[in-house]
Write a protein that binds this ligand. Structure first.
Ligand code: UD1
Ligand code: CA
Length: 451
């Protein structure tokens, strides 16, 4: 079934107490809006429409970051969920598929749940996602008769009997697009909140002899975020799920509760991740790679058998080839590290490529920035860079070249050449002894003066 996605994201989110629109607060490195869009994307929608209001410009930017085909409509006044959905109508006048309404602040709806809703649409006009609430609080209640959903009643408008219902409305609704807008046009605001309730469409549809049903999911999926405390809970819930997933797919996590994943972290089978590793967005780790303790990775790809850390930092654009080795206190950014190449200690490698089997000595720095522009360092295969070499980019070291420790390399080095660029050593026989004697005598004099 073809589907148009309508994501409601106009609300202010007062309880976040933030300059940032609520839906742009991040969970596992992605705005919650992105999580909702990602779940919806699994239905391969023909349209992705985000209804923005508070902080609309920022919301637009984030939505386009996630899906450049997304369309943003403005709801300048927040008059209710039905009014919000109605803002998408002009973009869908000729659309003959279904509409799926999601909330931008409800990031955990699972693709499998949406698929079940789609399946239920085969036999019902309107499908609502409900859940059994441990504490139904102020959620809208689903009034059912067997499989039939009769209507949804908002907490504020509910009778005592209706408030006793524990089957609650998640807010997710699926219906034929044309029908949805037709029903929304009939929704009024004569209710306790004075709002246009999207939920009213169920009762209206039933009155016209159309059918509605509820599909249910686990309450955890429908978790909406309204405060920083809930944001932290959502993060914890996401991390717990991602860790369990990693373990299930054959990744070893020696201390799972200390490893922090991003929404899109991908780890191959038999990877090993030691304690206190943080994955930012955009990380893929191939089979059998080993990420040692206290490392921080983002926007990078680590090939089979590579070893990272402990205490390594891989920044965006880092590509580690098979069996490469990045050791402690090494930072790598926008760089290709060749097969079996080693950068084992205390180095910065940025805007660079390092050929296969090269060895980069401790304390090596690619001086990639001249204060205005970034420049590239190219290191060939089987190069030996001596400890504490400064590679002033742009510069190239040919295959098999070598640099002397402490060199400041400002010109290209030919293949197989040795470059030494440091002050020559000067030896003064006996001079150390004299210097020591002089210094000791001075110290003695000073101490006596102090008595
Ligand atoms: C809504 C449902 C309720 C359900 C609950 C689940 C209605 C009338 N009620 O209530 O049955 O149990 O969600 O969380 O639909 N929004 C807009 N524009 C508006 C109003 C809302 O974009 O004019 C957005 C909000 O930013 C939010 C979402 O829609 O993301 C839900 O709105 P909210 O006001 O939180 O609805 P609830 O009162 O919680
Ligand atoms: Ca809400």
């Amino acid at each position: 079934m073809s589907t148009a996605l309508i994501i409601l994201a106009a609300g202010q989110g007062t309880r976040m107490n933030s300059e940032l629109p609520k839906v742009l607060h991040a969970i596992a490195g992605a705005p919650m809006l992105g999580h909702a869009m990602q779940a919806g994307a699994t239905l391969d929608p023909d349209h992705v429409i985000v209804v923005a209001g508070h902080g609309a410009e920022a919301v637009r930017k984030a939505a386009l970051d996630f899906d450049e085909a997304a369309q943003i409509v403005l709801q300048t006044e927040q008059l209710g969920t039905a009014h919000a959905v109605a803002q998408a109508a002009p973009l869908l006048t000729k659309y003959s598929g279904d509409a799926l309404v999601l909330y931008g602040d409800t990031p955990f709806i699972q693709p499998e749940t949406l698929a079940r809703m789609q399946a239920a649409r085969a036999s019902h006009d309107i499908v609502v996602l409900g859940f059994e609430a441990a504490d139904p609080g102020r959620y809208g209640r689903l009034v059912t008769d067997g499989e039939t959903l009769l209507r949804i009643v908002e907490f504020k408008d509910a009778t005592e009997d209706e408030r006793a219902i524990t089957l609650c409305n998640s807010g997710v609704i699926m219906a034929p697009c044309a029908l949805l807008f037709e029903l929304i046009a009939q929704v009024g605001n004569a209710n306790a909140a004075g709002e246009y309730y999207l939920t009213d469409i169920v009762g209206l549809a039933r009155a016209q002899g159309l059918s509605a049903t509820a599909v249910t999911c686990h309450e955890a999926e429908t978790m909406g975020i309204n405060s920083r405390a809930e944001l932290a809970q959502a993060e914890a819930a996401f991390q717990a799920r991602k860790r369990a997933e990693a373990l299930e797919t054959g990744v070893t996590l020696t201390a799972p509760e200390t490893v922090h994943f991003a929404y899109d972290t991908w780890l191959g089978r038999d990877c090993m991740v030691e304690p206190y590793v943080v994955f930012g967005p955009g990380v893929t780790i191939e089979t059998g790679a080993h990420i040692r303790a206290f490392s921080h990775l983002e926007g990078c790809h680590v090939a089979r058998g590579a070893v990272v850390g402990p205490y390594a930092r891989l920044r965006p654009g880092t590509e580690l080839s098979e069996h490469a080795r990045i050791g402690n206190f090494v930072e790598v950014k926008n760089a290709l590290i060749g097969e079996g190449a080693k950068v084992n200690h205390l180095s910065y490698i940025g805007d660079a490529s390092i050929g296969d089997e090269s060895n980069i000595g401790a304390g090596t720095i690619t001086c990639n920035y001249d204060g205005v522009s970034k420049h590239t360092t190219v290191i060939g295969a089987r190069v030996f860079v001596g400890s504490n070499t400064m590679l002033v980019a742009p510069v190239t070291l040919g295959d098999g070249a070598m640099t002397g420790s402490g060199s400041v390399i400002t010109r290209n080095v030919a293949p197989d050449a040795l470059a030494i660029a440091r002050a020559p050593q000067v030896d003064k026989p006996g001079r150390a002894r004299k210097l020591f004697d002089l210094l000791k005598a001075k110290a003695l004099k000073r101490d006596k003066g102090a008595d």
